[in-house]
Design a protein around this ligand. Structure first.
Ligand SMILES: Cc1cc2nc3c(=O)[nH]c(=O)nc-3n(C[C@H](O)[C@H](O)[C@H](O)COP(=O)(O)OP(=O)(O)OC[C@H]3O[C@@H](n4cnc5c(N)ncnc54)[C@H](O)[C@@H]3O)c2cc1C
Length: 388
């Protein structure tokens, strides 16, 4: 593949860069913010940036124009994500724009599209993802949350877990079992629901970095109107799988780990600790460049009409594992101060940023499919090896 921009891509890159330079709030461009998941309602800066991007028409970059999207090509989306990541600002779409919206566009009825899409674009419906359960994570098709049809509603009973930001979101998309007898992939339906409804309880789970974004959600006779079932009953698995069908090169993650490394080099220089670490830093620099090239490869494949499969798993695996290597090296090379979080009497480095990289690098090899699961996909679909 040719890694250079075409003339149109270069023009688009310049346009996005100029927009970010002019409009991205300075406080949002602080590098460490990139590691944070800001999908909630509470973050004022996030909301401001979201409004700015929406006004520019770039919020729903991959939605067709008829639904209020920008209708960007795969390569335009890629360039935009890369430029935003390079400028240390996230794309503020959130799960509504990235995941639920495209699913409704593909599988929803006209009524669902009219009712559910505009509030996503206006930033009124902020979605949490209710897929995982205590007994269903990697094996997602094992979901047990039960949905039983009663008149115009379904009645839901059971539990979800690891529902990120559920305390600050006001809607949720979820998978529930609607047929207990069918083979496990064929008895699941896909629903959306407001979170503030009777019987739905959300509880935060504190994490080791002091965050409380992860949540458990409990369903006790929660009524969800049948109107909010997306796609056919018992076809929810297949509905959920199509949600991923857009630009998925992982470029933002690859750029993020590259910038983290540059940040480490800067801190090491300031601390007078570059000597002795050069060889490891060069290895990591090469690896972060490889991660970016892999992301380019996936985008190029999609741009030619291909559907990345094990290739997307390669990028996810390589970038997230590399993130862990860079974070572990940061803490080791910077010595004990590197491991201190904010509030350590000023002895922490960069306001505790390095320690946050470290604690943030661990869940990234679990969320969105664990490294082991990615390796399984690469082994079977990529290398044609037999299942273990
Ligand atoms: C930060 C974070 C945010 C998350 N946010 C959400 C969210 O918003 N919504 C949501 O629904 N979920 C969310 N999750 C859950 C996430 O999708 C699951 O944690 C993940 O899919 C793994 O499932 P599990 O935790 O049940 O682990 P398990 O599936 O129980 O896995 C346990 C261990 O067994 C290994 N393993 C499992 N199956 C295989 C296999 N076939 N081959 C080899 N090894 C295997 C795993 O790699 C892992 O090491 C989040 C997780 C994290 C860490």
């Amino acid at each position: 593949m040719d890694f250079r921009d075409t003339e149109e891509e270069a023009a688009w890159r310049a346009e996005v860069r100029a927009f970010v330079e002019a409009e991205a709030p300075e406080e949002y461009r602080v590098f460490h913010r990139q590691a944070q998941d800001s999908y909630g309602l509470g973050d004022v800066t996030y909301q401001r940036w979201r409004t700015t991007v929406a006004r520019r028409g770039l919020l729903a970059a991959h939605w067709p124009k008829e639904y209020g999207g920008a209708g960007l090509s795969v390569m335009q989306q890629f360039v935009m994500k890369e430029e935003l990541a390079l400028a240390c600002v996230p794309h503020p779409g959130g799960r509504g724009v990235e995941m639920v919206g495209p699913t409704i566009i593909l599988h929803g009825t006209d009524t669902q599209k009219a009712e559910l899409l505009p509030p996503i674009l206006r930033g009124e419906h902020i979605y949490a993802q209710g897929f995982s359960e205590p007994g269903a994570g990697s094996d997602l098709a094992a979901v047990q949350l039960r949905a039983v049809r009663q008149g115009d509603d379904y009645v839901l009973n059971g539990q979800k877990i690891w529902t990120s930001n559920a305390t600050t979101c006001n809607w949720m998309f979820l998978l529930a079992r609607t047929d207990q007898e069918a083979p496990k992939h064929r008895g699941i339906s896909y629903f959306v629901t407001p979170i503030d409804v009777p019987g739905l309880t959300v509880r935060s789970i504190p994490d080791m970095a002091g965050g409380d974004e992860l949540c458990e959600t409990f369903f006790d006779d929660v009524r969800v109107p049948a109107l909010y079932r997306i796609g056919e009953e018992n076809r929810g698995w297949y509905v959920a799988m199509t949600t991923l069908d857009f630009e998925r090169s992982g470029i933002a993650g690859a750029v993020g780990v590259h910038l983290t490394l540059l940040d480490l080099i800067k801190e090491l220089r300031q601390a007078g600790r570059l000597r002795g670490n050069q060889n490891s830093l060069v290895d990591l620099y090469v690896a972060t460049s490889v991660a970016r090239q892999m992301a380019y490869h996936v985008a190029d494949q999609q741009n030619r009409g291909g559907v990345p499969n094990y290739e997307a798993s390669m990028v996810k695996l390589f970038s997230s594992e590399l993130g862990r290597r860079v974070a572990t090296s940061s803490v080791t090379m910077l010595g004990m101060a590197g491991a201190l979080l904010t509030g350590s009497g000023g002895r922490e480095i960069g306001g505790g940023r390095i320690a946050r990289y470290y604690s943030g690098s661990i869940p990234s090899t679990i969320a969105g499919g664990t490294s082991e699961v990615q390796r399984g996909i690469i082994a079977t679909r990529g290398l044609g090896l037999p299942r273990g």
